[in-house]
Design a protein around this ligand. Structure first.
Ligand code: SF4
Length: 233
């Protein structure tokens, strides 16, 4: 398992930042977002460049737990995001969050399959948002990682599990075309995924890993297969 168990102390400063309140991230829940430093991918369109390249952060787990103690009955959930939160050993942190009564959502690229599985089997996650970056043929080109198979294991595990989850793809129309999205839809259908498929349009925030500009073309949404319900964000 390639997760970081060395930074397991609650005093480790592995959290890049904290968003103390949002109603947008965890469906129908008031939550905060914990942004973990570092990521095992380098997606071309990633606008969280500073977080991805960070080696440490402003806050420790203990800092976040102390913050959460002041938010009992005010917030309902904690979103673990990043970077890639599942690169860290989250068991103890999640147990402490649960003891305070919060639900937990994990945003993940799915490449730390064994750790995500462990967290779900321990009933520490209530919701997972899994990125389906691209079909296997473009995965390394877009993410600069060769971990499609690990992602694939996570996807299969989630589909068979009872945990609530969503699949989402960030669409930069110069990187993915109609055939790529249809390939994802067919793959999801073959794996018996029956829920919604979220497509979030690339956001030009002025900075991203590959210095991408706004896409020069637009995919033709009418050419996308109707086998799965697509929701655009
Ligand atoms: S978009 Fe890619 S590089 Fe950025 S945080 Fe997510 S997985 Fe990491």
């Amino acid at each position: 398992m390639s997760i970081n168990r060395e930074n397991n102390s609650l005093n480790a400063n592995v959290i890049y930042d904290l968003t103390s309140f949002t109603h947008l991230d965890y469906p129908e829940h008031l939550s905060c977002i914990v942004w973990f430093s570092g990521c095992n991918m380098r997606c071309d369109y990633c606008y969280n460049k500073d977080i991805v390249f960070a080696k440490s952060g402003k806050y420790s787990y203990e800092d976040i737990l102390n913050f959460l103690k002041t938010r009992v009955n005010l917030l309902e959930a904690v979103v673990l995001s990043g970077g890639e939160a599942s690169s860290y050993d989250l068991v103890l942190f999640c147990q402490k969050i649960k003891q305070l009564g919060f639900k937990i959502k994990l945003d993940t690229n799915g490449t730390n399959f064994l750790h995500v599985k462990e967290l779900i089997e321990l009933n520490l996650l209530d919701y997972v948002a899994l990125d389906y970056k691209s079909p296997k043929t473009k995965f390394t080109q877009i993410t600069h990682s060769n971990k499609f198979d690990e992602f694939s294991q996570t996807l299969d595990f989630l589909i068979k599990s009872s945990v609530e989850f969503e699949i989402r793809t960030t669409l930069h129309d110069d990187l993915l075309d109609e055939n790529d999205i249809n390939e994802i839809i067919i793959d999801l259908k073959n794996r018996k995924y029956t829920s919604k498929y979220f497509i979030q349009e690339f956001r030009d925030t002025g900075t991203n890993i590959a210095n991408l500009q706004r896409p020069k073309k637009k995919i033709d949404k009418s050419l996308l297969l109707a086998d799965i319900e697509i929701v655009y964000r």
